[in-house]
Structure formats: structure tokens, C-alpha cells
Design a protein around this ligand. Structure first.
Ligand code: AGP
Length: 615
């Protein structure tokens, strides 16, 4: 999940590349670097840590040119140190390269090259690529960067996104994509062209983009862009016109992107619903699914594949799709699904949920589903992303760019998308009466207001964070459709505050985990006025009986719970199927408030990145 930017044209490449890397810093921030060509050979500046360290180094020792590449790193092989920062230069100094992905056979390639006299400067897997390119350039490719790169990448195993340039041919950048190690977007300008691993890096400069597919190469000069297969066959690539929304990509009056994105959820959900409800007939419209009633009726199983927060969203979607569309649903982690030889046939639909549309484990699960003949759908936020492009049909989240590494509005909007999908499938499969369909649809327009009211608990959450931010362990308990909300609440807390937090099905506590509970273990229970309320009350009693501090998430008007729990956070009454969308809001606010009080780096938590494009 590294960030890559390349530029060739008439402007100062350094400025454009650093701006682009700033937009990609959420993808990885262990180190950063930039390389320029300017007639005096290859100039490189690299530094460990955040992009601001690289900026300071460039300010104190400027470099200029009209052709260049840059990189922000999330370390895989080789600790976060300057010597392991990209770009990496070949031994002779002729070639320089940036890379996203993992060279799975780098040890054997490194040994082979060292036996031929190559000296390595870093501990990374990436460096073997630029040394291989040099080897082929000097042996058979007559110095040609295209041919040398073509031959070099054929020796690599794994998924890769690579941009390489040479002082021997300083007018061009070569980009290669193999597998799903993150995207490669080619931005088309006038007398200038761009390369980026993600759209936001270059969206200020162009909206016309080509997205490389796996096993494709781009030869990019200031005037031309040529797309070829790795075997050298020319390809006529599609030029996409990417929507541009500069406002969403800045923090505005908020302290962090995550805070902004939590507070944007009323509008985000309204945008998710926009254009998808026919209020005259009270029915759902999802034309991007390209689905006919016959195809919908033929579906016998639906498998949801996703990772992290998106996986928890899928656990909630299972409830909708089984209850409303009457389809048997299975939910699996992308990283597990692809290795268990899943049973798939033509009557199986596979739905990938992925905010970035570039998560390699989810993309790999989609490939597995495709190879076995499933109907392939995706719910994505990043328009033009790989997951969206390889699907038979898709539903966009329409949440706007989600920059904070901790996913918030993508979680709530992806749940709304699954609810829309469930009603839409119910319509096509005839599993809904007129009154049932109207009731399900009528509940939706109330959501933005319910979310807004849940956000009003922020001052109380601040007080709770004062009490709890020193805690070292947390338990989140939920049942039924809100058990996944307990999982998500725990993930939010642990990934931005570094507190160990566990989400658990409340009914499972008595089978072991209840041994954890004492006065040092805050227990947050999702105790809404739903069919499982009584069960959750007994859960609260059990936790209290063991000295636990219980914070209950409850339904407005429920005064009884206040006699049982130590703290109560109220949310407005919400239809049970939609309650996770509202219940998660206070949990997002709590994680955010605790992390801020602990001085954590909320938008860029340690060890994480926004889009996980390595296995
Ligand atoms: C959630 O806060 C994390 N950022 C992470 O679990 C994320 O949800 C996961 O990596 C999946 O990302 P995706 O939705 O872009 O595929």
C-alpha cells in the first residue's frame, strides 16, 4: 500500500510529485523519496518517517527537473530506514525505480545478482527489480529501458506496480502493473502526463485517466502515452473521465480527516440513497448492477468477501439479504476465501465490499470467484478502482473520499448499499409483498436525521473518554445484527488509540471470556430496545456482578437500563435492521475522542495504511 507518483512534462516535477505524495500519504508513511532527471543524471532525495521530513530535506537541498518519480512507503521487506526508502537506483546509476508490492522470489534473485557482482544498497525486495533492469539493459536490450523492463519483470513472482526511469532515455517513464498490488493510473495532460497509484494524487491536474490492468505496461512521455501488454502488443486503452470533488479532499474546520468523515455521515448516507429510490412507486433502483429478474431469481447463494471494517459491514448485510431477499448468505474474509477452494457455481453471486477497491486480499477473492464462474458484484467507494472495473455489476458508496485510515463513512454507506441491494433483489425475486417493500423503503429517508441525532452524543462521549482513555483493555458486546457493530467499535478503538479492545457476541461471554471482567475492564454493551433486549440486560447484570464498569448503548426513552449500567449513551429509536448504522456513530466518536486524548496520530495510526495492497 505504498504511494507512487510520476510526472513528465514542462512543469517543475518536484513540486507536483511532492503535492501528489501528500495526497497519498495515508497509503503509507514509513518513509518517502523523490528522484528527478535534469540533464545532470539522476538526483534522489529520501528520508525516513513522514513526508514532512522529505520536504524539509528537499527545501534544504533542492532538486529540479521535468521528469521524476516519488514514493511514500509502507514497509514490507527492510525496516523503515533511509537506505530502504524508495526510489532505488541501479548500481551504475543509470536506472531508478519505485515499487508497490512484494517480490516473492527476491532472495533467489538477490543471490543470483550478487553472484554476478551486483552490490546492493538496501535490504528491500524492491532493489532486485532495478538491478535486474540494469542487467538486461546491459545484456541484450541495448540499453533500452522498455525492453529491459519487459525482460526483468518476467523474472518476478508476486503482484507489482512499478514506475522506472533512466538517465539514458530521460524523456520517458515506464509503468508496469502485475496482479493487484495497487492501481496504476495514467493521467493525461496537455504536453505533460502523470502516473499515480491512486486517483487523488493527480486529480488536481487532470480528470482524464487510463487505468492499467494486470500484465500491462505504459510508456509515458510528455507528448504520448502508449499502452502495451508485457509481450509488446499495443492496446487501445479506455480513457476514463474521473469525477472531481476538491472540497471533500480537505479537512476544512475539522482537526482530523476521521473527525470530518464521522460528521459527514448524514450527508454521505443521503448521497448513497440519492437517485436510488423511486418515491412514486416506493421501490429501489440499482441500474449499475446490470441485473435482470431472471438472473436475480437464478441466484441460490450469495457470498460476501471483504476485509476489516468492510468485512464487519458484510456481517450486517447478511441479515438484510437473508431476511428481505431470502438468499442464503455466507460472509468470509478475502484473505481466507481464496485459499479454501470455495464451492462456487453459476447460481452463486459473490459480493466484494471494499472502500478503496484495491485491497489485494479482496481482489484475489474476486479473481477466485471469477475463475469459478460466479456472478461478481462489488460495493466500492473509489470510482474507477480495480474491484469496480472487474465486476459484472457494482453499487458505489458515494461517500466522497475517505482519507482517515480508520474507516467510518464507508462502513455506514456500505451497509446502506447492502440494504438497497436486499430490497432490490427482493423486488426482482418477488420475495416482497407491496406493503413489505414500502415499509423497507420508507425507513431509509429517515436515516440522515437519525445519524445527525446520534452525533449529538459527542459531548457526553468526550466526558466518557476523559474517564476511560487510560484503560488498557476494553470489551464490546453485542447480539444479533449489532454483534458486528461490537466488532467494529472494538476495531475503531484499537486501530487509532492502540488500546487492546475485543468485540464479542454477548451470549458467548459465559463460555470463557467473562473471566476477563474486573473493575479495570470497561464493558460497552449494545443494549437497544430490540428483540434481544432482555438477553442483553442479563449480560449487563453478569458483567456488573463481576465488578465490570458497564457502558450501555441504549435506545432513547429506556430509563430502566440507567438503573443497571454505570454509563448510558442514548441513540434515537431506529428500525432494527437499520440500527447498526446509527449505533456505530457513538462508537466512532468514542474511539476518536480516546485516541485524541492519548495523543495518537488519528489519521495515520502506526503500522497501518488506508489501502492494503500487499498480502
Ligand atoms: C478499517 O478502519 C481499516 N482501515 C481496515 O480494516 C479496512 O476496513 C480494510 O483494510 C478494508 O479496506 P477496503 O474497504 O478498502 O477494502
Amino acid at each position: 500500500m505504498c504511494g507512487i507518483v510520476g510526472y513528465v512534462g514542462y512543469q517543475d516535477a518536484t513540486t507536483l510529485i511532492l503535492e501528489g505524495l501528500q495526497r497519498l500519504e495515508y497509503r503509507g508513511y514509513d518513509s518517502a523519496g523523490v528522484a528527478l532527471l535534469n540533464g545532470q543524471g539522476i538526483q534522489v532525495r529520501r528520508d525516513v518517517g513522514k513526508l514532512s521530513n522529505l520536504r524539509a530535506k528537499v527545501d534544504s537541498n533542492p532538486l529540479h527537473g521535468h521528469t521524476g518519480i516519488g514514493h511514500t512507503r509502507w514497509a514490507t521487506h527492510g525496516a523503515p530506514m533511509e537506505r530502504n526508502a524508495h526510489p532505488h537506483v541501479s548500481m551504475s546509476g543509470d536506472f531508478v525505480l519505485v515499487h508497490n508490492g512484494i517480490v516473492e522470489n527476491y532472495l533467489e534473485l538477490r543471490a543470483e545478482l550478487m553472484a554476478e557482482g551486483v552490490r546492493f544498497d538496501s535490504d528491500t525486495d524492491t532493489e532486485v527489480i532495478v538491478q535486474l533492469i540494469e542487467k538486461f539493459a546491459h545484456n541484450g536490450a541495448q540499453g533500452d529501458i522498455v525492453e529491459a523492463t519487459r525482460q526483468a519483470v518476467k523474472r518476478l513472482r508476486g503482484a507489482h506496480a512499478i514506475v522506472v526511469m533512466s538517465q539514458v532515455q530521460p524523456d520517458r517513464l515506464i509503468a508496469v502493473r502485475i496482479g493487484n498490488a495497487g492501481g496504476v493510473a495514467i493521467g493525461l495532460g496537455d504536453g505533460e502526463n502523470y502516473i499515480a497509484s491512486d486517483i487523488p494524487a493527480i486529480l488536481d491536474h487532470t480528470r482524464r485517466m487510463i487505468f492499467l490492468e494486470s500484465r500491462q505496461m505504459a510508456i509515458v512521455t510528455a507528448q504520448d502515452v502508449t499502452i502495451e501488454t508485457l509481450d509488446g502488443q499495443a492496446i487501445t486503452a479506455t480513457i476514463h473521465d474521473v469525477p472531481y470533488d476538491p472540497i471533500s479532499a480537505v479537512k476544512g474546520e475539522y482537526r482530523h480527516f476521521m473527525q470530518k468523515e464521522i460528521y459527514e455521515q448524514s450527508r454521505a448516507v443521503a448521497d448513497t440513497l440519492g437517485g436510488r429510490i423511486d418515491f412514486e412507486h416506493m421501490q429501489v433502483m440499482l441500474p449499475d448492477l446490470n441485473l435482470t429478474p431472471e438472473k436475480a431469481q437464478a441466484i441460490q447463494r450469495l457470498v460476501i468477501v471483504a476485509c476489516g471494517t468492510s468485512y464487519y459491514s458484510g456481517l450486517i448485510g447478511k441479515f438484510f439479504l437473508e431476511k428481505i431477499a431470502r438468499i442464503n448468505v455466507e460472509v468470509d474474509y478475502g484473505s481466507e476465501y481464496r485459499y479454501r477452494d470455495p464451492l462456487i457455481d453459476a447460481n452463486t453471486a459473490v459480493l466484494a465490499i471494499t472502500q478503496s477497491g484495491e485491497t489485494v486480499d479482496t481482489l484475489a477473492a474476486m479473481e477466485e470467484a471469477r475463475e469459478k464462474g460466479a456472478l461478481l458484484w462489488s460495493i466500492v467507494n473509489a470510482v474507477g478502482s480495480q474491484a469496480m472495473r472487474v465486476s459484472d455489476g457494482y453499487i458505489t458508496m458515494n461517500a466522497g473520499p475517505e482519507i482517515g485510515v480508520a474507516s467510518t463513512k464507508a462502513f455506514t454507506t456500505s451497509i446502506v448499499d447492502q440494504y438497497l441491494l436486499a430490497v432490490y433483489l427482493g423486488q426482482l425475486r418477488g420475495t416482497l409483498s407491496e406493503s413489505e417493500r414500502r415499509a423497507y423503503v420508507e425507513a431509509l429517508p429517515k436515516l440522515p436525521d437519525l445519524i445527525g441525532r446520534a452525533l449529538e452524543s459527542a459531548p457526553q462521549i468526550e466526558h466518557l473518554a476523559d474517564l476511560l482513555h487510560h484503560c488498557q483493555d476494553f470489551l464490546y458486546l453485542g447480539r444479533g445484527i449489532n454483534y458486528p457493530v461490537a466488532l467494529e467499535g472494538a476495531l475503531k478503538l484499537k486501530e487509532i488509540s492502540y488500546i487492546h479492545a475485543e468485540g464479542y457476541p454477548a451470549g458467548e461471554m459465559k463460555h470463557g471470556p467473562i473471566a476477563l471482567i474486573d473493575e479495570n475492564m470497561p464493558v460497552l454493551t449494545i443494549t437497544l430496545k430490540d428483540a434481544l433486549y432482555e438477553k442483553m440486560i442479563s449480560q449487563v447484570e453478569q458483567a456488573k456482578a463481576r465488578g465490570g464498569m458497564v457502558i450501555a448503548l441504549a435506545t432513547e426513552g429506556d430509563n430502566f437500563i440507567a438503573t443497571k449500567a454505570d454509563q448510558v449513551i442514548y441513540i434515537p429509536e431506529t428500525p432494527e435492521l437499520l440500527s447498526p448504522i446509527v449505533a456505530v456513530i457513538p462508537l466512532q466518536l468514542l474511539a476518536y475522542a480516546v485516541a485524541v486524548k492519548r495523543g495518537a496520530d488519528v489519521d495515520q495510526p502506526r503500522n497501518l495504511a488506508k489501502s492494503v495492497t500487499v498480502e
